[in-house]
Design a protein around this ligand. Structure first.
Ligand code: COA
Length: 562
C-alpha cells in the first residue's frame, strides 16, 4: 500500500512506524502537518491508499478524511479524547492505559475504532512512557489496523463506532498549569514527582525557584527533610527542594527571563544555586557496578544530551572502570536514551556557542578515543534506548554493539545544519558497514531500525523487548563471552587489529580531519549549524517537510495510477 504519514514532526513514534511499515514492503512518504493547503497538496501528489496520523496537533481537513481512509493514532484508551491524555493518565495514577487507532471524523479523536491496545503504567516520565509502552502499543494497534484496510475497502469489515463501546475514557480538556501546580506544604514527594513526570518534555510544572517563575523538569526523590518548599541544597547541577514528607532533586528548569529561555540544568538557569550547600548523593547520573569480572557503566543523562562536563565526568568514570581487573566493560547508557551527542541546549545558552561546540566535541572525542584505545578489556555498547547523531557513533567506539529490539538509531549529523560530525565515525562506520553503505547512511538521514542495523553490520545483535529482559540478556551474554574459552584470543585479535588500523591511519589523524570539518561548521562563514541548532532548541515549528522524507515532493515523482 501507499501510506502517507501525516504528522506534526518525525518523532520517535512516527520513525518507528515508518521503519516497521517499510520492512513490511509498504510504500511510504511523510508530510508534516503545517496547514490544510499543504496537507491537501501532499495527498494529491502521493494519492495514498491510507493516511496515517501518528502524531497530530490539529484536526485533519474534511476534504481529506471524506475521500481517503485516514487513521489517527491517539495515545489514550477508547473514549479518551483531548490533547493531554498521557499527562492525565499519570496525574490520576491510572494503573493501565492504552493507545487507540481511530478513523478521522469531524470531532477530533471521536471517530470509529479500528484497533486498540493497552499497557500497564509505570512510574516514569511522560516521554519515557511515550517512547516505550505507548510506542509498542501504538505499533501493535497500527499493524492490526493496516491489516484491516483491504477488508474495510471491500465492505467485509467496519470499524466500531465509539457509541457502541462502553468506554472508560472520556473527553478531557487540555491540562492547565493549575492542574499541575505543586502545593509544597501539602503535596508529598510522590504527588510532586507525579506532577513533574506528567509534564515532562512540555510544558513542565510552573513553579518558582529563588523567587523567580520557571518550569520544572527532570525530578527524582532525594533523601532529605525539612521545611516544605525550602531549598535544602545543591547536587551537581540540580537543586533539592523539600516536600511535605521528604525532598526532590530538580535537574532541569526553564526560565523565561533567562536567555535563551530554554530548558537547562537548574544550576545553569539559576547561577544563584552556586550559593547553596553541596549535598552528598547516593546515586547519580553515572553509575558503575561490577559482577563476575564484568564492569557495567551506566550513564543516564537527561534527554541523552552529553555536555562538555558530562563527557568529562563520564571519561573519568570510564578510565576508572578501565583500571579495574575486569575482562569486559559494558557501556549501558541510560534507560531512555543511550546518547544524543552534544548538549545543544547548553551550547545555545553559552557565551560563545562556537567555542562551546568545540569544547563539547573535543570532550566527546576524548571519551570515544579512550574506549577505542582500551586494550585491557573487550568493550560492549548495550543500547537500552535510542541514540542519535554523535551518540550513535559513541556506541560504535566499542568492540561489540547490542541493541534492545525496538531501539531506533539516527546515525547521521546532517539534519543539524549539515554538521560533518566526529566521534571517529570516519573510522568506525566504513569499517562496520563498508564505504558505500556508510555514504548512504550519512546522506539518507533516515532512522535505522534494529533489523536493518544488524543486516548492515552497524550493530552485532538485538534482543529483548523490554528493558528488564534486555538487561538480563546483556548480563547473560556478557558473562558467556567473559568465560568463553576463546576470550583471550578475542582480546589478542582486538589488540592486533587496532595496531594494524593505527599503522594504516592513526586515531589522531581521523580525529584531526573530522575536527577540521567541525571547525568550519562552528566558525566558518556558513551559519547553517547555528541556525539549525537554534530552531531545534527553540522548537520552531516546521515550515516545510524535508525532501528526504516527503518522497512525493521529489523531482520526477508521479503517483502510480492504482
Ligand atoms: N541536546 C539537547 N537536547 C536534546 C538533544 C541534544 N543533542 N537531542 C535531543 N534532545 C532533546 C529534545 O530537545 C527533546 O527535548 P524535550 O524534552 O524538550 O522534548 C528531547 O531530547 C527528545 O528529543 P526529540 O527530538 O523529541 O526525540 P526524537 O526521538 O523525536 O528524536 C533525535 C531523536 C536524536 C533524532 C533528535 O532528538 C535529534 O536530532 N537530536 C539532535 C542530535 C544532534 O544533532 N546532536 C548534536 C550533534 S552530535
Amino acid at each position: 500500500m501507499r501510506i502517507l504519514l501525516l504528522t506534526h514532526t518525525f518523532n520517535s513514534l512516527t520513525q518507528r512506524i515508518f521503519i516497521e511499515l517499510s520492512i513490511m514492503g509498504h510504500d511510504l512518504s511523510v508530510e508534516f502537518d503545517i496547514n490544510d493547503a499543504v496537507t491537501t497538496e501532499a495527498v494529491e501528489l502521493f494519492r495514498p491508499h491510507l493516511i496515517l496520523a501518528p502524531y497530530l496537533r490539529r484536526a485533519i481537513p474534511e476534504s481529506i478524511w471524506r475521500n481517503y481512509v485516514t487513521l489517527v493514532v491517539h495515545p489514550g484508551i477508547v473514549g479518551d479524547r483531548g490533547p493531554s491524555s498521557i499527562d492525565w493518565a499519570i496525574l490520576e495514577n491510572e494503573a493501565d492505559w492504552g493507545v487507540t487507532v481511530l478513523q478521522a471524523e469531524a470531532e477530533m479523536d471521536a471517530g470509529p475504532i479500528w484497533a486498540t491496545e493497552s499497557f500497564a503504567m509505570r512510574d516514569a516520565t511522560k516521554s519515557s512512557l511515550y517512547r516505550n509502552e505507548v510506542t509498542e502499543a501504538a505499533l501493535r494497534a497500527v499493524l492490526s489496523a493496516v491489516e484491516r484496510v483491504a477488508e474495510y475497502n471491500s465492505g467485509a469489515w467496519k470499524p466500531v463506532p465509539l457509541d457502541q463501546w462502553t468506554p472508560r475514557g472520556r473527553l478531557r480538556l487540555a491540562m492547565k498549569p493549575e492542574d499541575r501546580s505543586i502545593d509544597w506544604e501539602r503535596d508529598n514527594t510522590s504527588t510532586v514527582l507525579r506532577k513533574i513526570r506528567a509534564s515532562d518534555s512540555f510544558p513542565g510544572v510552573l513553579d518558582t525557584l529563588f523567587g523567580k517563575p520557571c518550569h520544572l523538569f527532570d525530578a527524582h526523590a532525594f533523601p532529605a527533610n525539612g521545611a516544605p518548599g525550602e531549598l535544602a541544597g545543591r547536587v551537581r547541577d540540580g537543586v533539592v527542594k523539600l516536600t511535605s514528607d521528604g525532598a526532590i532533586w530538580i535537574g532541569h528548569a526553564k526560565r523565561p527571563d533567562f536567555w535563551p529561555g530554554i530548558k537547562l540544568p537548574t544550576a545553569v538557569a539559576f547561577p544563584e544555586a552556586a550559593s547553596l550547600s553541596e549535598l552528598a548523593e547516593e546515586t547519580g547520573d553515572i553509575r558503575y557496578e561490577e559482577a563476575e569480572g564484568i564492569g557495567y557503566l551506566h550513564f543516564d543523562f537527561y534527554n541523552g544530551a552529553m555536555g562538555t562536563n558530562a563527557c568529562k565526568r563520564l571519561l573519568s568514570a570510564y578510565l576508572q572502570a578501565r583500571s579495574r581487573p575486569t575482562r569486559i566493560i559494558v557501556l549501558m547508557g541510560g534507560a531512555d536514551f543511550f546518547s544524543n551527542g552534544l548538549d545543544l541546549n547548553l551550547i545555545e545558552a553559552s557565551d560563545s556557542p562556537s567555542d562551546e561546540s568545540m569544547l563539547n566535541i573535543e570532550a566527546m572525542d576524548d571519551l570515544c578515543q579512550a574506549i577505542l584505545e582500551t586494550d585491557s578489556q573487550l568493550t560492549i555498547s548495550a543500547l537500552q534506548g535510542n541514540a542519535g547523531a554523535g551518540g550513535a557513533f559513541l556506541a560504535l567506539a566499542a568492540d561489540e554493539v547490542w541493541e534492545r529490539s525496538g531501539v531506533i538509531l539516527n546515525p547521521h549529523y546532517k539534519n543539524m545544519g549539515n554538521l560533518y560530525g566526529s566521534e571517529f565515525w570516519t573510522y568506525r562506520l566504513p569499517l562496520r558497514v563498508g564505504d558505500d553503505q556508510a555514504t548512504q547512511i550519512m546522506q539518507n538521514r533516515l532512522p535505522l531500525g534494529v533489523e536493518d542495523a544488524k543486516r548492515l553490520g552497524f550493530i552485532d545483535d538485538h534482543f529483548g523487548q523490554d528493558i528488564a529482559e534486555f538487561a538480563a540478556q546483556v548480563r547473560h551474554r556478557a558473562s558467556a563471552l567473559a568465560t568463553s574459552p576463546d576470550f583471550a584470543d578475542r582480546l589478542a585479535a582486538k589488540r592486533s587489529s587496532r595496531a594494524t588500523d593505527e599503522a594504516a591511519k592513526s586515531l589522531a589523524q581521523y580525529r584531526s580531519e573530522e575536527l577540521s570539518h567541525m571547525q568550519r561548521n562552528f566558525y566558518g562563514f556558513d551559519p547553517s549549524y547555528h541556525v539549525a541548532r537554534h530552531h531545534f532548541v527553540q522548537k520552531t515549528p516546521h515550515s516545510w517537510t524535508p525532501r528526504h522524507l516527503a518522497r512525493h515532493r521529489e523531482l520526477g515523482w508521479t503517483a502510480p495510477e492504482n
